[in-house]
Design a protein around this ligand. Structure first.
Ligand code: 1PR
Length: 550
């Protein structure tokens, strides 16, 4: 098998990149010291997390001169995400820390005043001057997750001989990919961008991308000005969720509850079994799911380290599913069977090494938020959210919220953030608030969703997975009031969850709230609708979606 070298300087959630490279037919060899860079012919710099952290790690380990020497020698080089950002002079994320300076200018942060930041989801990487740059296609979508970007200025980088592909998010057009001579870099994650992304990696690995660029340099192509005006490209994200637990026979199955009760209504009350996790994940990927989420719903009972089957599920899924994978359940500081302490960060690391791109934290986030308020909104850096987001980046930490409606007759009846509801309570109550729960809804806490989501945003969570116990499994549509309340409370993206029963519910939540993504479970598992049917329906209604490319 031909080889590609990967630079191993990060904490290591690069499993999906390795899987993508192997899928294309290449073998990965790790570079573990600057001296080894000279052995590389093709070199990939995966970037994860924080610009300053990445550059200072590269610098202190002595990699920067070796990287420059590789590039100066004309050998193929590819940067991904922060690996693209590292090519610029600097970033507002850490202004003191210089980048490689191969491209001039500083990255800045997306404007969060009217949209969610980070920018998470599927967007364009279109290059009007070279429409098939590294096999990027104008009709394809690519998976981005970043808060900082290089703002695109027409002609600036092209004037220096770079081919530039762009995406547009909330009115801001940013650099999505750049290429010049032997250098190629993407702000998006090609390894998480399905078949469209695999094509891009292949064009780098087999040299066809660089060859085509050499034959058709960007300055040789004249482009009508109107083609350079980039359209808003972010698609509506549709996520398939698999609640996983061991059934009474000891098999790990996908299950689905009604308001979190996953046992059959029949007299034997067995755990509802809706299929095998790896098979279902692959099916949803092939139907066009933009992400797949696994929630280990009974992990609070077990020791997470004994929970090896979830690791195996991730390993096997990430070999065939090239969209982001999230895993939740049991991510908290704990003790192993022998009594030794295991941190949430160590558990998350095991999941990342097995192929997860994000971890989702439920119960532990609620307890951490309570402590945050008890300490007068002080952060000590010791929560699971802070530790994991520091090591892997905010985008790698999702907080899963399991709220329940609590009705009150008037706002003054509670200290919590209430809403005036269109769905009055059993005694005609016109107001309600949403109480957070832990342990899969078994314990309700005196903390509301606004308090929780604002606290975890301050701790560094990158996204909220917003369930709703009242709506879960009801097929009656999402709780639009809950979603609106949380969207108004935070800037980070929110995934609407619980209650989806048909494609119209997805249209409703995207049109009537500003949710960033919507998740379905039961309707997919029971075979009532496919992910593709949901997306086709949304497309018919004029909403932009990504379709699966086979
Ligand atoms: O608390 O960090 O160990 O995490 C446990 C995780 O397991 C949490 O994310 C929690 O939401 C989840 N969980 C725990 N118990 C259950 C249960 O169902 N008994 N499932 C559970 C939560 C909710 C959604 C579901 C949507 C959509 N499941 O993921 O898929 O409600 O369903 P629908 O479209 O069919 O309505 P920790």
């Amino acid at each position: 098998m031909p080889k590609v070298h990967l630079l191993d300087y990060v904490a290591g959630n690069v499993r999906s990149l390795v899987n993508a490279i192997e899928k294309i037919g290449y073998e990965v060899e790790w570079i573990r010291s600057p001296e080894e860079v000279a052995n590389a012919e093709k070199l990939i710099l995966p970037g994860v997390g924080h610009f300053g952290h990445c550059l200072s790690m590269l610098s202190s380990a002595g990699y920067l001169p070796a990287l420059r020497a590789h590039i100066d020698a004309g050998k193929p080089f590819m940067g991904i995400c922060v690996g693209l950002q590292a090519l610029f002079s600097s970033s507002a994320e850490d202004p003191q820390c210089p980048g490689l300076g191969l491209l001039p200018g500083a990255l800045d942060k997306f404007d969060a005043s009217s949209k969610s930041v980070p920018h998470i989801g599927w967007n364009n990487a279109s290059c009007p001057t070279s429409p098939s740059l590294y096999d990027l296609r104008p009709s394809s979508k690519y998976y981005y997750v970043h808060s900082y970007k290089y703002p695109y200025k027409k002609g600036e980088l092209e004037g220096l001989g770079w081919a530039v592909a762009t995406g547009t998010y909330g009115g801001e057009t940013f650099v999505g990919a750049v290429a010049k001579d032997n250098i190629f870099a993407t702000q998006f994650h090609p390894e998480k961008s399905g078949v469209a992304g695999l094509r891009v990696i292949r064009a780098f690995l087999d040299g066809s991308g660089a060859k085509a660029l050499a034959m058709n340099p960007p300055e040789a192509v004249s482009t009508p000005t109107d083609q350079l005006v980039a359209a808003e490209g972010l698609t509506r994200r549709v996520i398939a969720c698999l609640d996983v637990r061991t059934n009474d026979q000891g098999d790990l199955v996908v299950t689905k509850g009604d308001q979190y009760d996953v046992r059959e209504k029949s007299s034997d009350r067995s755990v509802r079994n809706l299929g095998k996790p790896v098979e279902l994940a692959k099916r949803y990927y092939e139907q066009g799911a933009d992400e797949v989420t696994f929630l280990n719903i009974t992990s609070f009972r077990d020791c997470p380290l004994a929970d090896l089957p979830m690791l195996e599920i991730l390993r096997r899924t990430s070999e065939t599913v090239f969209v982001p994978l999230t895993i939740g359940g049991g991510i908290r500081d704990t003790s192993d069977v022998d009594g030794s302490k295991v941190s949430a960060l160590e558990i998350a690391t095991m999941y990342f090494k097995s192929g997860a791109d994000k971890v989702s934290i439920g119960s532990d986030a609620v307890l951490a938020a309570e402590e945050y308020y008890n300490a007068g909104k002080t952060l000590f850096g010791n929560t699971a959210i802070e530790q994991i987001s520091k090591a892997y980046g905010n985008q790698a930490v999702v907080v899963s919220v399991d709220p329940k409606r609590v009705y009150v007759p008037k706002q003054a009846a509670t200290r919590h953030a209430t809403i005036k509801t269109k769905l009055p309570g059993p005694k005609g109550e016109e107001y309600c608030w949403y109480a957070c729960t832990i342990k899969g809804g078994r314990e309700t806490r005196d903390l509301d969703v606004v308090e929780l989501t604002q606290a975890v945003e301050a701790m560094g969570a990158g996204e909220i997975l917003l369930n709703c116990i009242d709506k879960d499994g009801t097929n009656s549509g999402f709780d639009l009031e809950l979603i609106t309340q949380v969207k108004e409370a935070v800037r980070i993206p929110v995934i609407a969850s619980s209650g989806a029963g048909n494609p119209g519910h997805f249209q409703e939540v995207f049109e009537q709230t500003t949710t960033d993504a919507a998740l379905g479970a039961g309707m997919f598992h029971r075979g009532e609708y496919t992910v593709k049917q949901v997306k086709d329906y949304l497309a018919e209604k004029g909403l932009v979606v990504r379709q699966f490319e086979g």
